[in-house]
Design a protein. Sequence first.
Length: 391
Amino acid sequence: MKRAFKYRFHPTDTQAAELSRTFGCVRKVYNLAVRTEAWVRGERVNYNATSAMLTAWKKTDELAYLCDVSSVPLQQTLRHLQSAFANFFGKRAKYPRFKSKKRSRASAEYTTSGFRYRDGELTLAKMKEPLDIRWSRPLPEGAVPSTVTVTQDAAGRWYVSMLCDDPRVRPLPAVDTAVGIDVGLTSLLTLSTGEKITNPRHERKDRARLAKAQRVLAKKTKGSANRVKARIKVAKIHARIADRRRDHLHKLTTRLVRENQTLVIEDLTVRNMVKNRSLARAISDASWAEFRSMLEYKAAWYGREVITVDRFFPSSKLCSHCGALAASMPLHVRTWTCDSCGVTHDRDGNAAHNVLAAGLAVSVCGAGVRPQRRTPGGQSATKQKIPRREP
């Protein structure tokens, strides 16, 4: 199993300057408009053609500075561009976007010919000294990185990510437990077992500090050194929020995957839900999409099963006791009583029970339950009108 291990490092001034030049050259090569012009003419330029063009560009006076950095990250960005256009022509993604210096991710990828990993030290091409890496956790014994990706975030922190085989990732012993998961805002998760996991609301805790830093940033003159300092302060607060949120989600998803064989979730369209101006900030802070992504790849690692029920399944309005369907269920209603059987339900707990039942039914039927956001037009076994049962 291939797994990436990410570490923070502190480069010297010389290394930082070299990496900054590499980031700029990577952006330049990616942004060169040769492919755009070819696409307008109805032609398709593959990786081999762009690689030959890169060699010609280095011989020109205008782009001669491309020779000052390692050629490996430049070749890798051409491969990424090839994948981006392949996805575009395959109608799996939009047209590749321009890489902005201010908005795009500063990164460079090195393959085995562009770095040396020996005796626990990593040295990149064009560098004489190894990187000063903070080894927060050891690499698997005997592991040799196949690719190394260096990044710098908006807060100015440097990271190196090493991709290598991890023999420790193997399926866990099978268990006979299944859980339905209903995501929310007051409670981040409500499980079918009755457990409620409180939403930590990391953004709300630092909202005052963030607002103050943003007000200071807004008053700075554009292009000044003080504005750069103020921007970094804002970025550090955002990074603190994101780090705490990600750490909490990692611990939570790992526990759920270890304790349950089958996990059932709803297929929510978060990108549409954040269009609600009243709930956009709270939904973004909850990070439902990241939770789902972590849950899916960890389940694949450890031999668990994640079942996704249709987004239109009326999990909140359906009585988990008798199957009766309520006419409406506004968001402010947190508890309700079924008119047919008289059972009082907690809204989120009832939804989690219905999600679990629907997911297990789908699993038994063997119907397709892949998320619609990945398979447009796909039909789910739970996308049907639930019949009203008589008491």
